[in-house]
Design a binder for this molecule. Structure first.
Ligand code: GLC
Length: 439
């Protein structure tokens, strides 16, 4: 009997322990499932972050567009990483990020001149199949051409850009002078206004050793009938007499006291401040200057005219094509969200607000003659012609190196460290070696 009592007690305890063990494991399982489910829910509701590096001054104008996109897509956030204010320096940062692998940038805010290099290196997603011909037809053909490499599409244009000559309409009117058409007239008109004491300097342009100087230079070169690199034949035109004439014109602006000596250190914003501060009668720059020069607090409001760059007699004006667009990094872990962003940032309505507010050169063709746009920016129809006839910097995969060679030797010639002839012979030799063509 006792034996049975003991056995019963034993089984009862075992059962009780087993029950509590079962409860314990059940509780642990419940707890773990709750943790797991809430983790999954949290991960799903946490927004995807898309990173993009941009030149710092471009961040504030882009902010309202980013906000509008995030409101439409609450599951996506866009982080604008602010970089230096020189396109080639921003390009260097993207390049090192891509070379290191696993780029932290999902979206690539691209200057038109980066497309061939980035595409050839395999850093960008091919977007060709995602856009219909009808959608592409909304953009200016030159902006689409600048987004392609070997027949594939790698970016969608957000805004175009084109070099222009700004002049002080008020000063020319007072002096009874016409805006200049040739290089020589630009020098003469400047000197007349300067000698009349209307303005301390005549003409400002971007002369620092950087990409902006190259953009400025291709316009002067075209105005003398010269060329830099023929992208189809790889012919290099830097050792031709037209190139030396173009450099000599720029050197003359300084030697004749028309441009300030400091011009060889200026980037776009230095020249804009100089001109907007009433220091010069003429400025070469991009259309963004129009909006700032005509802002309510600008002393030049209503006093500025624009026209194509001057040229040599018998030659045509050169306007450099610039512009920015969006591509997608090939290694992004969020290709779907990145594409949603690219679609939004290149579509008509968001871009309408962006262009209306900032006065950038439209990439969407219909904006040039849109009544609301023209009411605010009367020069837009004229700009369409400039864009259509713009000079493309050579769309070649080695563009960054070719530009670097030109920047170095152009700067040496402009600052009298080398004669234009020697500088351009060396630049030609290096460029030919880069492109693998014989001299
Ligand atoms: C502007 C143009 C760009 C060009 C740069 C040079 O940002 O849009 O294409 O390379 O100026 O400074």
């Amino acid at each position: 009997m006792l034996y049975f009592q003991v056995l019963k007690q034993f089984f009862l305890r075992l059962f009780a322990r087993w029950r509590s063990l079962r409860y314990l494991s059940l509780s642990i399982a419940c707890f773990l499932s709750i943790v797991l489910v809430s983790w999954v829910v949290m991960a799903q509701s946490r927004p995807v972050v898309l990173r993009m590096l941009i030149p710092a001054p471009d961040a504030p104008p882009l902010a309202p567009l980013v906000k509008a996109f995030e409101q439409q897509h609450p599951n996506i956030r866009i982080e604008l990483v602010e970089g230096p204010n020189a396109t080639n320096l921003v390009e260097d940062l993207y390049t090192s990020a891509f070379l290191l692998g696993d780029s932290p940038y999902d979206l690539v805010n691209m200057d038109v001149v980066w497309t061939p290099k980035f595409a050839a290196a395999g850093w960008l997603m091919d977007l060709s199949d995602r856009v219909t011909p009808a959608e592409l037809a909304r953009f200016s053909p030159v902006d689409v051409a600048g987004s392609r490499y070997e027949d594939k599409l790698y970016r969608l244009p957000m805004r175009s850009d084109v070099g222009l000559l700004y002049y002080r309409k008020d000063l020319l009117d007072e002096a009874g002078l016409q805006p200049p058409e040739t290089f020589e007239q630009l020098l003469q008109t400047s000197k007349t206004l300067q000698s009349q004491g209307k303005v301390p300097w005549g003409y400002v342009w971007q002369g620092r050793q950087y990409e902006g100087a190259v953009a400025m230079f291709v316009e002067v070169l075209k105005g003398y009938g010269g060329f830099w690199i023929n992208p189809d034949t790889k012919e290099v035109g830097l050792d031709r007499p037209e190139t030396v004439q173009a450099i000599n014109f720029l050197r003359r602006t300084i030697n004749d006291g028309v441009s300030p000596p400091g011009v060889t250190t200026y980037v776009e914003e230095d020249t804009r401040r100089f001109f907007q501060g009433g220091q010069a009668a003429f400025l070469r720059s991009w259309p963004y200057v129009w909006t700032l020069a005509n802002a309510e607090d600008s002393e030049l409001r209503g006093k500025v005219g624009i026209q194509p760059m001057v040229h040599a007699p018998g030659e045509e004006s050169g306007a450099c094509l610039g512009g920015w667009g969006l591509g997608i990094s090939k290694t992004t872990p969020h290709p779907r969200e990145a594409w949603q962003a690219v679609q939004f940032f290149s579509s008509v309505e968001p871009l309408r607000d962006f262009i209306l507010k900032e006065g950038y050169t439209p990439s969407i063709r219909e904006f040039f003659n849109d009544p609301e746009m023209v009411a605010k920016y009367e020069h837009f129809p004229q700009m369409q012609e400039a864009v259509d006839n713009a000079v493309l910097r050579p769309p070649i995969a080695q563009y960054a190196q070719a530009s670097d060679i030109l920047q170095r030797y152009l700067s040496a010639a402009l600052t009298n460290r080398m004669s234009p002839e020697v500088a351009m012979q060396r630049a030609t030799g290096e460029t030919r070696r880069l492109l693998g063509v014989e001299g």
